[in-house]
Design a protein around this ligand. Sequence first.
Ligand code: ADP
Ligand code: GLC
Length: 512
Amino acid sequence: MISWSRTDRNDGNMSINILLVASEVVGFAKTGGLADVAGSLPSALARRGLRAAVILPLYRSARRANVEPTEIVVEVQVGHRLVPARLWRTSLPDGATAYLVENDDYFGRDDASQGRGIYQYTLPDGSKRDYEDNCERFVFFNRAVAEFLPYLDSWPQIVHVNDWQTGLIPVYLRELYAARDDRYGRIATMMTIHNIAFQGFYWSYDYPMTGLPWSLFTYDRLEFYGGYSFLKAGIVYSDLVTTVSPTYAREIQTPDYGRAFHPILYQRRERLYGIVNGVDYTQWNPVTDKYIPANYGPDDLSGKLVCKRALRRELKLSDAGAPPLFGMVARLTDQKGVDLIAAIAPQMLERGWQIAILGDGDPHHHRTFEALRSRYPERLGLRLGFDESLAHRIEAGSDAYLMPSAFEPSGLNQLYSLRYGTPPLVRRTGGLADTVTDTNAQTLADGKATGFSFTRYSPEELWNTVERAEALWRHSPEAWKQVMITGMTQDWSWDRSAADYDKLYRRLVQAK
Ligand code: ADP
Ligand code: GLC
């Protein structure tokens, strides 16, 4: 479905100026892969000679980074109120600029020690709730971005928004700001959908807060099932829509995966593209990783065993025998296939195999794994919470990686696992289908096998896959090593993905 051919000219030297907008960026605030993408893509684009900057809210957590206030303060209309916003700035490691939007009432409340995140807070029973004013917080952020454009180092030709938290920006540019200043009308817009499950859906009584006219509250614009959706706004108003893998781009046009957006996306399929995320190998590379006890690479795997032993000690797993160790780092939500893992974990642990889980998410998943840990304390290593450095040690210290997602727009952890020589076990969906090659006689002979995959979402299929992987690991160490090395030497870097974004940006600018 992806064809560049129609209007592509190779204007290699055309310098393009892009402003990425995201609600999280690694180094400042992170709940998942969106932060990794928003942190890596600007630098990867800069390496290709494009000018890219990123803008995000100044959360409390972001103040720990090396950020500085500017003198630029604007007033942002939110409903009938004018709310102040100050622009802050800093540089990303490779020199691209990150701008941050300050308003402490909206974005100064996150505090992990109090269970308050950037979108959600924790109730006494451990469950998480969205902040009641999320609609207002992100209306403010979206309008603040539009207000700040004249004050940035350079005027963007493309504004590239990400997920629902940024979905109103293309609407503001076209419907409110273009009339004030025609430079706004010349901006091309792109929206990337990282997860269609998060839609930014609010009721009609929250609509006046946006400052947008009721004439846009129609089924073909912002209205969605009686309310309105930031995500729909972004899809409808952006010049191009992308998502984070070709398979997910196809899946979300179907009722099974589209979460009620499939008709809208199917209608726009000519303008819908899928680009798999990349890996920041300066952060995720066992040869140089600072978080792991021993470095290793495809030429010398000995450090991996050191990492496995250290991980077993860190998670208080038994040191006896040589059982396989399966790792997982994820938001513990239904998306990640956690119920499948919970269903087969007792069988795995009964066999003496070990599992290491790092995650944060739904309390009922937490309770399931806590119960399992008290039954098998020496076989199930569990850390509930967010821990960047342990994530690296699990990738390095595990023999294989579990990622049986119900849906997975792109997925990064399977890509990290490939690089760390930890073959991923995945369900064949979204980005997992596009990045992991199942191991069988043919793919082994072709030198293509990198992991293990299955199709039907069921505990039996996952169990069969885990058994298949364990059998190869135990009985065919040479074949296992080949699978590891094939994965470790693949290139899933951002440079590859950035080349695809580059093509789309050029098309956008030419078309505008
Ligand atoms: P998603 O964005 O759906 O959560 P991805 O695979 O794209 O899934 O990215 C998840 C990112 O978040 C990875 O960088 C992963 O290592 C990280 N991550 C998820 N949960 C945790 C956690 N509990 N502690 C540390 N890192 C985590
Ligand atoms: C989403 C998806 C994940 C993807 C990430 C970054 O959170 O769940 O698959 O890798 O966004 O695009």
